[in-house]
Each structure stands twice: as C-alpha cells, then as structure tokens.
Design a protein around this ligand. Structure first.
Ligand SMILES: NC(=O)c1ccc[n+]([C@@H]2O[C@H](COP(=O)([O-])OP(=O)(O)OC[C@H]3O[C@@H](n4cnc5c(N)ncnc54)[C@H](OP(=O)(O)O)[C@@H]3O)[C@@H](O)[C@H]2O)c1
Length: 254
C-alpha cells in the first residue's frame, strides 16, 4: 500500500534542463513511476536523444525548445504543455550553470549570467506554472539548489549567491502557496558527476581534495537524485514544504 504513495501515473511533469545530467536523470526517474514528461532545453539533438530514452518507460513526452531565462519562452512552455496535456502537476526547476572565478576577476556579465540562469529562470518558471497550479489548488514544485547555496566556497560568489537565492525563493513560495495546496521544496546536491563537473574531477589533485570533504567518500551520480525527486513529486511528501534536502554524501554537515 505504501508503495502507491510514490506512484505518479498520469501526472504531468515539466523538467527544465532535461536533456542531460541531473535533469535527465530526474526526468527518467519520474517517467519510471508513470509521469508524462515535458522536456525543456535549448539543444534539439540532445533533447531528442533524452526524449527517446524517457519514452522507453511507456509515458508520453513533449519536447519544447526554450531558453528559460526568457519570459516569452517560458510562456510558450506552459501554453504548449496545457495544449497537449491540459494540466501541470509537477515542475522541476533544474536548469543551472557554474562559473568559477575570483570575484575581482569576474565580470558583471558573469554575475548576470549565473543569477539569470540559476535564479531568475526558477522565478519565471515558478510564476508561469504557479498561475495554473493556484487555479487547480494543487501542485508540486521542486527547485534545484546546491550544497553551496548554504555554504561559502572559493571562487564561487555568484554561484553561492544564486543557489542561496533558490533556497530562499523555495521557503518564501512554500509559505505563499501553502493555502493553495502547492508544495515547494528544493534539492541541494553536492558534487555530482555531470558535464559541469567533468573537467574539474578529471584533475586527480582536485578529485582527491573533493573526496576528502565528503564523508561517504564518493561523488554523487545523477541516479542518486532518483529517489529524492520521486519523493518530492509524489503524495509521499504531501506534508513537507519549504525544505531543502541535501543530497551530498554528508558534505554539508561537517
Ligand atoms: N553537477 C553538480 O555537481 C551539481 C551540484 C549542485 C547543483 N547542481 C545543479 O543541478 C542542476 C543541473 O546540473 P547539471 O550538472 O546536470 O548541469 P548540465 O549537465 O550542464 O545540464 C544543464 C541542463 O540545463 C539546460 N540549460 C542550461 N541553460 C538553459 C537555459 N537557459 N534554458 C534552457 N535550458 C538550459 C542544458 O541544456 P541545453 O544546453 O540544451 O539548453 C542542460 O540540459 C543545475 O541547476 C546545477 O547548478 C549541480
């Protein structure tokens, strides 16, 4: 009986940045328990490859090419989803990027790029999808934060600020939307093996230094987010809102 709490059969989930990395892994996890998936990204070929893998779970898919830092693109994502499926149950605000630089060497453009990609996109998508969820009086919003959203780090001022903003946006929206039965939570990964971290982790000295700070003594795999995203998207987490779940091998607790 309890296993039914985690079922997402016939639910509709928008996953931004679903063409690779953590977004793709989360989209596949949601599809495996029955959710139809709207994949959002900018690269047509990568999106088509991911769509094929997700469709193998027997769910419906809708690929939408969009830059989620642009309001007009976000509106297209929402209108195409509603045209196709008639509803949105789950929004995963996964899109994000990283630029590592000492702040004195960074440019204003670097700052805006990080804040727009990591934080403004989350605001734009939440607002556009939120209007629909408020009308329906239900919904699950899952934001992609980072362990560095709650900690300081070298050469990562804009990144830490953007992800700290995501954690705070999560708390504020959770309070604002509780009356509409909309849960808003965040996932805060530590160091995960994706394209963003590939070059860094290929350097053995850096890898050793990274591992020395992770109590579980390994980096995360995209599949490490599967259980968490299903939990936060499903009935199993109905009494949880405004929280950030750290999926970081213990990195943030010591
Ligand atoms: N990897 C880690 O160690 C780690 C740790 C903590 C938090 N995170 C967070 O987890 C999230 C995913 O990270 P990842 O490592 O999977 O990154 P990734 O491999 O670089 O994937 C990013 C995804 O976002 C899409 N994307 C980027 N900018 C976009 C935009 N403006 N509009 C639409 N789509 C856009 C990309 O597709 P296109 O290029 O095709 O658009 C891609 O599908 C990010 O928010 C990141 O900050 C990652």
């Amino acid at each position: 009986m309890c296993i039914e709490l985690f079922q997402l059969r016939d639910k509709v989930a928008i996953v931004t940045g679903a063409s690779r990395g953590l977004g793709k892994a989360m989209a596949m996890a949601l599809a495996e328990v029955g959710a139809n998936i709207v994949l959002v990204g900018r690269n047509k070929e990568k999106q088509a490859e991911a769509e094929k893998e997700i469709a193998d779970f027997g769910v419906k898919t809708l690929p939408v090419l969009a830059d989620v830092t642009k309001q007009e693109d976000v509106e297209v994502v929402v209108s195409k989803t509603l045209e196709t499926f008639g509803k949105i149950d789950i929004l995963v605000n996964n899109v994000g990027t990283y630029i590592g630089k000492p702040i004195v060497e960074s440019t204003t453009e670097d700052w805006y790029n990080l804040i727009n990609t990591n934080l403004t996109s989350t605001y734009l998508c939440s607002r556009a999808v939120g209007k629909h969820m408020v009308d329906r009086q239900k919904g699950k919003v899952i934001n992609m934060a980072a362990a560095l959203g709650a900690l300081g780090a070298n050469n990562a001022a804009a990144y830490c600020a953007s992800k700290g903003g995501v954690i705070q946006l999560t708390r504020a929206l959770a309070v604002e939307w509780a009356k509409y039965n909309i849960n808003v939570n965040a996932i805060a990964p530590g160091t995960m093996e994706t394209e963003i971290t590939k070059a860094m982790l290929e350097d053995p000295t850096v890898r050793k230094a990274v591992l020395s700070k992770i109590p579980l003594k390994r980096t995360g795999q995209p599949s490490d987010l599967a259980g968490v995203v299903i939990f936060l998207a499903s009935q199993a987490s109905d009494y949880i809102t405004g929280q950030t779940l750290f999926v970081d091998g213990g990195f943030s607790v010591q």
